[in-house]
Design a protein around this ligand. Structure first.
Ligand SMILES: Nc1ncnc2c1ncn2[C@@H]1O[C@H](COP(=O)(O)OP(=O)(O)OP(=O)(O)O)[C@@H](O)[C@H]1O
Ligand SMILES: [Mg+2]
Length: 348
C-alpha cells in the first residue's frame, strides 16, 4: 500500500544541516496498523510527513499503491493526497467552527453537493458517537471528543490511509483507550490502512500489526509486533519495552544485589518467556516434580501484545546442576525462551 525506498530528508537551518530522516525503507501493507516508535527527535514526524509529501524527501521514492508520489504532477499529487487523512496531537480543529462544520470543511473544499455533505457528516457523527454535540465548538469539548472530531474530519472523504502523529499523546490513559478503540474499529470496518506514530510502547503493543523503531533518523529495527516485543534486537527497542514491562525490573534487583535475587550455591535465577497462556502454572509444577527442582517465582506477568498473551516469569530454580539443566531443556523443547540471569556457586 505504502512503500518507502531509501527516503532521506535534510533540513537546512541557519547554522547547520539536520539529517532528520536517513535512508529509510519500509513497506506498509493494505489494511494493517503500522506503528512507528522512537524517542523525541528521532525523525518520526518528518518520516510520516514524507509519506504525504508535507515534506518532500531529497532522495528516495514514496510509493502509494505503486505510484511514486515524487513523480506526480501537482494536480496528480492533489488527488493522491486525498487518499490520506491525518490527525495530530493537538487536534488542529478550527476554533471558530462547530463540530459539524469542522467535519464538513474538507468536503466543501472538494465541492461536494450540500446534501451529500449533510449525509456524510451525519454518518461520521454516528461513527464517532457525537451526534448530540454537532453544534458545539471545539472549546466546549474534551480532548478525547476533539480527537474524535479530528478523526471524523480526516475520514470525511473516505481516504484509504490514516496517518496519526502522536494522536493520543495529549490524552489520559482511559481516553487514549477510547481513541485506540475507534482507530481499531475504523481499521476493521473500513479496511483502512493506519500509520501510528508514538513514543508510547503501550499504544504500539495494543493496536499495531507491525512496528518500526526509529533512532537518530534511521529505522533501526522493524517486524511484526509479537516478534519485536518478544525478541528485541536493539537497545532502544529494549528500552521502550521496559517502559511497559515490569518484569525486567529484575535487572535492577540484580544490579543492586537485592535480597530477592541472592542465590544459594545450588540455585539459578532464570527468565522464562512464552507465548499463549497455557504454559504457566501446571507446567511449572510438572517440571518441578519431574526433575526434582524447586521453582520459586520472583516475578510473573502476562502481557497482551496485539491479542497474543506473552508470559514472562523470573524464577529461582533449586536443585542439582544436572536436574536444573534438564528442567531448562524441557522448557526450551516446549518453545519457552529461557535466559539464565544468575547462577549459584555449584551451578555451571
Ligand atoms: N522544519 C524543520 N527545520 C529544521 N529542523 C527540523 C524541522 N523539522 C524537524 N526538524 C529536526 O529534525 C529532527 C527530527 O524531528 P521530528 O519532528 O521528525 O522528530 P520526532 O521523532 O517526531 O520527535 P517528537 O517525538 O519530539 O515529535 C529533529 O532534530 C528536529 O529538530
Ligand atoms: Mg513528532
Amino acid at each position: 500500500m505504502i512503500r518507502l525506498e531509501h527516503v532521506s530528508k535534510t533540513f537546512q537551518t541557519k547554522t547547520k544541516e539536520v539529517h532528520a530522516v536517513k535512508d529509510v525503507s519500509l513497506e506498509i501493507e493494505q489494511g494493517e496498523i503500522f506503528g512507528i516508535i522512537g524517542f523525541s527527535g528521532a525523525g518520526k514526524s518528518t518520516l510520516v510527513r514524507c509519506i504525504n509529501l508535507l515534506e518532500r524527501p531529497e532522495s528516495g521514492a514514496v510509493y502509494l499503491e505503486d505510484k511514486n508520489l515524487l513523480d506526480c504532477s501537482k494536480s496528480e499529487l492533489r488527488v493522491e493526497r486525498q487518499k490520506m487523512g491525518m490527525i495530530f496531537q493537538n487536534f488542529n480543529l478550527m476554533r471558530s467552527r462547530t463540530v459539524y462544520d469542522n467535519i464538513a470543511l474538507p468536503l466543501k473544499h472538494l465541492k461536494w453537493p450540500k446534501e451529500a455533505i449533510e449525509k456524510r457528516v451525519n454518518e461520521l457523527l454516528d461513527l464517532i458517537d457525537l451526534q448530540e454535540r454537532r453544534d458545539s465548538y471545539p472549546s466546549q469539548l474534551s480532548g478525547g471528543q476533539k480527537q474524535r472530531v479530528a478523526i471524523a474530519r480526516a475520514l470525511a472523504n473516505e481516504p484509504k490511509v490514516l496517518l496519526c502523529d502522536e494522536a493520543t499523546s495529549a490524552l489520559d490513559p482511559q481516553t487514549t483507550q477510547t481513541i485506540l478503540d475507534l482507530i481499531k474499529e475504523v481499521n476493521k470496518k473500513l479496511g483502512l490502512t493506519v500509520v501510528i506514530i508514538t513514543h508510547e510502547m503501550a499504544v504500539v503493543k495494543e493496536v499495531c500489526d507491525h512496528v518500526a523503531v526509529m533512532e537518530d533518523g534511521r529505522v533501526v529495527e522493524q517486524g511484526d509486533i509479537v516478534s519485536v516485543f518478544t525478541n528485541p534486537q536493539q537497545e532502544v527497542t529494549k528500552n521502550f519495552i521496559n517502559t511497559t514491562n515490569n518484569s525486567r525490573k529484575i535487572d535492577e534487583l540484580i544490579a543492586n544485589n537485592h535480597a530477592l535475587v541472592q542465590l544459594k550455591e545450588n540455585q539459578m535465577l532464570v527468565h522464562l518467556q512464552y507465548q499463549s497462556a497455557n504454559t504457566s502454572d501446571p507446567v511449572i509444577s510438572t517440571v518441578s516434580r519431574k526433575y526434582n527442582v524447586d521453582i520459586n517465582l520472583v516475578f510473573a506477568n502476562v502481557e497482551i501484545v496485539h491479542d497474543c498473551p506473552i508470559g514472562q516469569i523470573e524464577a529461582i530454580f533449586t536443585g542439582t546442576d544436572a536436574d536444573i539443566k534438564s528442567a531448562l531443556q524441557f522448557f526450551r523443547d516446549g518453545g519457552v525462551k529461557v535466559e539464565v540471569m544468575k547462577r549459584g556457586k555449584f551451578i555451571s
